[in-house]
Design a protein around this ligand. Structure first.
Ligand code: FAD
Length: 379
């Protein structure tokens, strides 16, 4: 009988894992991927949605196009996970696995930040970015606050990108002079592992008259009084709030007893949980590396290699590199890059590459290669 590999979640991690296993084993292994959505959307596409550069339809990659030998895709919602028996319950039924990989990403939690509403004043979901895209054209004067509710959150540079893109958006409409932009972030610098990247972003904020408040968290948003309240009690005027909600592991993995301090406990280098044959990969896993697609993808490749070794009764030797390149929208149609490495040295490092048009082309190539590899798209 074929070995059954069950992958929960078809995001960066799940798509890369299933693709790698199909490449190596064809239909020699029975891989099943379960996801509740009908399409994948790159995280960075939410910024394109927010600023009207793309439509939700244009950035959605339907899972019906994710066709791989040996891989069955199921659109179901996972409601329970028993890691001890590797049994998964969904809204449709039960699935058993020889090897279980949990790649359900991070969910959003607004319960601790009054006034932040999912799908409304946050840009981290497709619904929220789409809604705010419809609100932005009516913002012609006043105070915009880009606010992060808690760390850790997906893609640490994204709020900085949002601030720079908002500056361009308002400038292009001729209303920047009537508007103030403030960025509130609990992190001590925009991209902590890379002082050069942080310095370049802080300089870009200063050039554009964007107020930057590091080491501050959003406590609440008071729409009636048009205020944002910070954790230290300080109040900021706010006519437009572009929020990053608190991120957390999905309830279903918390209920499965897989988490500690809110995230799934794993060996950072192998992504193994304490349960035999059960891995957790991507944003929900506590590895010490950032919550970003590139890190989820390279971790998934290591897991695929180790699953292959196990299936061939060899020793698993692959290691999650904890390294990757993140593209950063810098405004003026330019993109910068930071090459981050979390595991090689005694402390994380990040090498900064100045913003350029050439790096915009690199970012487009990053998306193109994934669309081609996972969805067979030619453009
Ligand atoms: C604004 C923004 C910009 C970003 N920019 C970048 C960037 O430039 N570069 C980068 O590398 N990363 C970026 N990211 C981060 C990136 O999108 C995530 O880190 C990445 O998607 C994580 O991959 P994952 O596989 O862990 O989870 P995800 O890609 O989130 O996939 C998880 C999947 O699990 C499914 N799921 C969840 N719960 C259930 C359930 N109960 N039942 C069934 N299915 C379920 C979801 O539908 C989803 O498809 C950005 C994110 C945002 C929000």
């Amino acid at each position: 009988m074929k070995k059954r590999v069950l992958i929960l979640g078809a995001g960066f991690a799940g798509l890369e894992l299933a693709t790698s296993l199909s490449e190596t084993h064809g239909d020699g292994v029975a891989v099943t991927v379960i996801d509740k959505s009908d399409a994948f959307v790159f995280g960075y596409s939410k910024l394109d949605l927010l600023f009207g550069r793309a439509t939700a339809e244009a950035v959605s990659l339907p899972y019906r196009e994710f066709v791989k030998l040996g891989v069955t895709w199921k659109r179901e919602t996972i409601t329970a996970i028993d890691p001890a028996t590797r049994t998964v319950t969904t809204n449709v039924g039960k699935h058993d696995a020889d090897i279980l990989v949990i790649a359900l990403g991070a969910d959003y939690d607004v319960s601790t930040t009054p006034g932040v509403v999912l799908g409304d004043n946050e840009f981290y979901s497709v619904a929220g970015a789409t809604h705010l895209a419809a609100v932005l054209p009516s913002f012609t004067r006043g105070h915009a606050v880009i606010g992060v509710c808690a760390a850790p959150y997906k893609c640490p540079p994204a709020p900085s990108e949002c601030a720079l893109m908002l500056h361009d958006y308002l400038s292009a409409r001729g209303v920047r002079g009537n508007c103030q932009i403030t960025l509130v972030n609990p992190l001590p610098s925009p991209v902590p592992p890379s002082p050069d990247t942080s310095a370049a972003l802080i300089a870009a904020f200063a050039e554009r008259n964007i107020e930057y408040l590091p080491n501050h968290r959003i406590a609440s948003v008071d729409r009636g009084r048009k205020l944002v309240v910070l954790e230290d009690g300080r109040e900021l005027p706010c006519d437009l709030f572009l929020g990053v909600p608190k991120n957390r592991a999905p309830d279903v993995v918390v209920a499965a007893g897989l988490t500690q301090d809110g995230w799934v406990t794993v060996d950072p280098r192998t992504l193994e949980t304490k349960f035999p044959g059960v891995y957790a990969v991507g944003d929900l896993a506590s590895t010490g590396a950032p919550k970003a697609g590139v890190f989820a993808e390279s971790a998934a490749r290591a897991v695929a290699a180790n699953i292959t070794a196990l299936l061939r009764q060899q020793a698993p030797t692959a290691k999650n590199p904890g390294a990757g390149s993140c593209y950063i929208e810098f405004g003026d149609n330019r993109v910068a890059r930071v090459d981050v490495d979390f595991f090689s040295g005694p402390k994380p490092t990040g090498i900064f590459h100045d913003p350029s048009q050439a790096l915009r082309a690199d970012k487009q190539e990053f998306g193109r290669t994934r669309r081609a590899r996972w969805f067979g798209r030619t453009s």
